[in-house]
Design a protein around this ligand. Structure first.
Ligand code: HXC
Length: 284
């Protein structure tokens, strides 16, 4: 089947790349994660997105289900990734209604700008918990389904294409340090560590784990917040080597690559999608 051209994912990808595959995504109602899922659904996947906000999650799921005829997209709201019980219920529903989990996007994150002196211990802990405990809960609870997906694929019972793939959505600010982002930098450094350890532990089971680290991506909540630091905004815009902010399509294309068969031997890696921005920040 050939789809009409879409402007949210590269036309380089083969239609039906993810046919009969199911992606589970935390933070799926956010700008970046919903764009990742949109591309996968367009290219054949079914999806389950989870988020804290009920209405927003349902609305985004409905939008995503409309990118392809017969796409099935579940939107499960009220899910706080810090609470394993809530996550487990969502995972069980995904497996029951969509038939399994082949691909996982660990995307839920917390973010606000605050200096170290203005951060309360609870504010620091909140971001650490959402990002790190939330990521840990997500991979721990989906792991049996990812392993099963690989086993079914090997037995020829899970269609064609990739099985048992994980992408963690991280950031680049902890490579250099970033003003007003100590809590987020600490959290994302830990997320990267979880992702790499996961790659080593579950590679032998055929499950891969990689990291996408978006740079300054236009139109996202993160950028709206960072743009409040006017000086940084000016500096970054001028200094990205590619001379532009990224788009969510850039992140969607990186996601399709890492989940496709083209990335079969990529495991425990970081794919920075930032137009070269962090290297410039690093050199001052
Ligand atoms: C200082 C803040 C604060 C703020 C909350 N707190 N917002 N402190 N400045 N703007 C403090 C509270 O005062 C409280 O501490 C503690 O954090 C917990 O607050 P709650 O509201 O109870 O927490 P909760 O609702 O669980 O989570 C709050 C939140 C979350 C972390 C702000 O709602 C959130 O992250 N929403 C935005 C989601 C988002 O931006 N996602 C994109 C992530 S982008 P006290 O001491 O008062 O109890 C990303 C990549 C980075 O992560 C890219 C950047 C470019």
């Amino acid at each position: 089947m050939s789809y009409p051209k879409a402007d949210f994912v590269s036309s380089a990808w083969k239609d039906d790349l993810f046919r009969k595959k199911v992606v589970f995504c935390t933070g799926g109602n956010g700008t970046i994660c919903s764009a990742q899922v949109r591309a996968l659904v367009y290219l054949g996947a079914d999806a389950c997105i989870v988020g804290r906000n009920e209405q927003k999650t349902k609305n985004i799921a409905k939008e995503l289900s409309e990118v392809r005829t017969n796409a099935r997209v579940l939107g499960i709201g009220g899910v706080d990734v810090r609470q394993p019980r809530l996550l487990q219920t969502a995972i069980d529903r995904c497996v029951e209604e969509l038939g399994g989990i082949d691909l996982l996007i660990v995307g839920a994150a917390g973010n606000f700008l605050a200096s170290i002196e203005d951060l309360s211990p609870n504010a620091f802990k909140t971001v650490i918990d959402i990002d790190t405990l939330g990521s840990y809960n997500t991979v721990k609870l989906t792991l049996p389904h990812l392993v099963k997906s690989v086993q079914m694929q090997e037995a020829g019972n899970r269609g064609v294409g990739p099985s048992g793939r994980v992408i963690f959505v991280s950031a680049t600010m902890h490579y250099t340090g970033y003003p007003l982002q100590a809590h987020v930098s600490a959290a994302k450094a830990a997320v990267d560590a979880i992702a790499v350890n996961f790659a080593l532990e579950y590679g032998p089971f055929g499950v891969t784990s990689n990291i996408i680290s978006p740079g300054p991506i236009g139109g996202t909540e993160g950028m709206r917040k960072l743009s409040m630091i006017e000086k940084i905004k000016e500096k970054e815009g001028r200094r990205v080597p590619l001379q532009r902010y990224g788009s969510v399509k850039d992140i969607a294309d990186a996601t399709v690559y890492l989940f496709s068969d083209a990335a079969n031997y990529v495991n425990g890696e970081v794919l920075v999608v930032d137009g070269g921005a962090w290297r410039v920040l690093a050199t001052g």
